[in-house]
Structures are given as C-alpha cells and as structure tokens.
Design a protein around this ligand. Structure first.
Ligand code: RI2
Length: 302
C-alpha cells in the first residue's frame, strides 16, 4: 500500500478510530522508508519528514497519530549510520503496532473486571478500546447488555451494534438525542478517546460530553478506555487540542438548505470532573493522573 493510499484512507475515514489510524500511519511510514533507495543520510531524513508530514495532515485531533509517527521517526534523529537508522525505524514502527495490540488486550481484561454482573452499559461512537472490555465481560459469562448511540453524522454506532451483535452481546441502537431518556437505566458508560490532555480532559467523538453530563446527573460512572499513546504530551506544554471540522456535506446536502450555516465539529472535550476513571494498559487511573502518564511517556514521545 502506498503512502498516498494510506493518507487517502485516513482522510476519507475508510480507516478510522484513533488506535487504527495510529497503526496504519506507523505501517505506512515504514513502507515509505523502503521507497528511499539512496545512500545520503540527510536525503533520507528529508524523505522521512515528507512522509511524516503527509500522514500528520490527514486528521488533526487524534494525538495517537502524532505519537505513532514520533515513535517511528525517532531513530532518524540519532547520530548513526543509514542502515542502522533504517533498521531502527522498522523496529520502532513494528513494536508500536505490536504494543498497540497488546494494550488493547490488557484494556479488555482490566475493563471487563470493572463491568458488574447484570450491567447495562451505554457507549458512544465506535471505539475498539471501549468495546473490547464489553465483549470480554460477555465472553466471561456476565449477563450484560449495551445501549449504543447512532453517533451522527457518520453513524459509527452502526458499526458498534453490528460488532456487538456478531459477538452475541444484547445491544440496542438509539439516536443520539435519546441518551438522557435512557440514562437512568444505565449502570456504566464506557467510551473511547481520541486524545487525553494533561489536565485529564478527554477529547472524543462529538456528543461524548453530553453523554458524560447526563451520566453525572443520573449518578452513572463514566469510564474512558484508552491506550497510553492517546495521551498528549504537547498539552502539558500548554498546547490546545485542535477539534477537527469536517465537510458539512456529511451532515446534510448544503444545496437543500440555502442561507443556512451548517457546522460539523467531529469531537468535543469532556472535562475530568465528568470522568470516573480512565482504563489504560497500565491500569485504571483517575483522569487527574493523566499528567503522570504523560510524564512517564516523555522518554518515548517528545
Ligand atoms: P479506538 C474514533 O474517532 C471515536 O471518536 C472513538 O471513540 C475513538 O476514535 C477511539 O477509537 P473517529 O476516527 O481507538 O471515528 O478506541 O473519528 O478504536
């Protein structure tokens, strides 16, 4: 697969989900490296930077993408021979992808422990990190059921309900505006994350903050499931996470609404006070411990 094909697939959301775009970007960068046939180190670095820039430009919000690229690119900054640089990039990219898969397995295990027997769970959008614990809890024999939001405009909720139904998990599809109507029946909310800021704020699919506010009102715990590569070191330096605005044609055909402004922000920010806990592959943490995760990452991700 060419770099351009991966860029197109991420932009068009053929490849989507913060974890999957990170893995796809790491794989694409390693393949892009193999296209460089020269022997000059500086030319190699320039080639790699071009690839990194193209992938970074695909989707602005999920820090998983940037973190995957930073980790994979790191050997290109070392004072070593080109052959070692190449081997280092390949190793870093491959290890990132392997670690991402292991992280999901650990999150599934930790998250499943957190789901009580007989629980009714609400989820929003389509997050593998949030769904794996639910599927694991079901496979462990817990009698659970799920309410999944449609998640307009892309309707990733359709993917969620099909995935859960295929695993035999009892699941109900609801429209986004039905969240408060059903919240009283919930025992737990489980969602994923695209980015977690150093103050514990969670940036996830648009509507997540409304789900979390309704949960708070109904005294339902909100659990965010996310690999540590979704934590953003840059936010610790004061950077604000950019919220992606996508084509308004994803919402409606603008030609049918002359004179109307249409907006399509695709993520929102849930402040830490609305989040009960974050489950990572390192364990369950308070959102207020996000800075500590980032501090530990600084050796990996600058
Ligand atoms: P996993 C998705 O973004 C959703 O917001 C989801 O909650 C998040 O990524 C994490 O997904 P989009 O690509 O990595 O659908 O847990 O815009 O699968």
């Amino acid at each position: 697969m060419t770099l351009q094909a991966t860029v197109d697939d991420i932009k068009s959301m053929k490849v989507r989900g913060a974890g999957r775009i990170a893995e796809a970007a790491a794989a694409a960068l390693v393949e892009w490296m193999d296209e460089f046939k020269g022997s000059d180190v500086e030319a190699f670095r320039e080639h790699m930077k071009r690839g990194e820039k193209a992938l970074l430009g695909t989707r602005p919000t999920a820090v998983s993408l940037r973190n995957a690229l930073t980790i994979t690119m790191r050997p290109t900054g070392d004072d070593i021979q080109l052959s070692d640089m190449r081997a280092g990039v390949r190793k870093a990219g491959t290890e990132f992808m392997k670690n991402a898969r292991v992280a999901l397995e650990r999150i599934a295990e930790f998250g499943a422990h957190r789901i009580p027997e007989g629980a009714t769970i609400m989820t929003h959008c389509n997050s593998q990190a949030a769904l794996r614990p639910i599927i694991k809890a079901h496979k462990d024999g817990k009698d659970i059921k799920v309410f999944a939001t449609e998640s307009r405009p892309w309707r990733q909720g359709h993917v969620t309900v099909k995935q859960l139904a295929a695993e035999g998990v009892p699941v109900t599809l609801i429209v986004d505006s039905a969240v408060r109507f059903f919240m009283d029946e919930m025992d737990i909310v489980m969602v994923g994350a695209d980015t977690i800021a150093s103050d514990g704020s969670v940036i996830n699919k648009i509507g997540t903050s409304q789900v979390a506010m309704c949960a708070r009102e109904a005294h339902v715990p909100v659990i965010v499931c996310a690999e540590t590569f979704k934590f953003s070191p840059r936010t610790a330096r004061g950077e604000v996470v950019e919220i992606e605005e996508r084509d308004v044609a994803e919402v409606v055909d603008p030609k049918e609404f002359p004179g109307v402004t249409i907006a399509n922000p695709v993520f929102d920010t849930t402040p830490p006070q609305f989040i009960t806990a974050i489950i990572t592959e390192k364990g369950l943490i308070s959102p207020y411990a996000a800075y500590e995760i980032i501090r530990q990452m600084q050796g990996d991700i600058l």
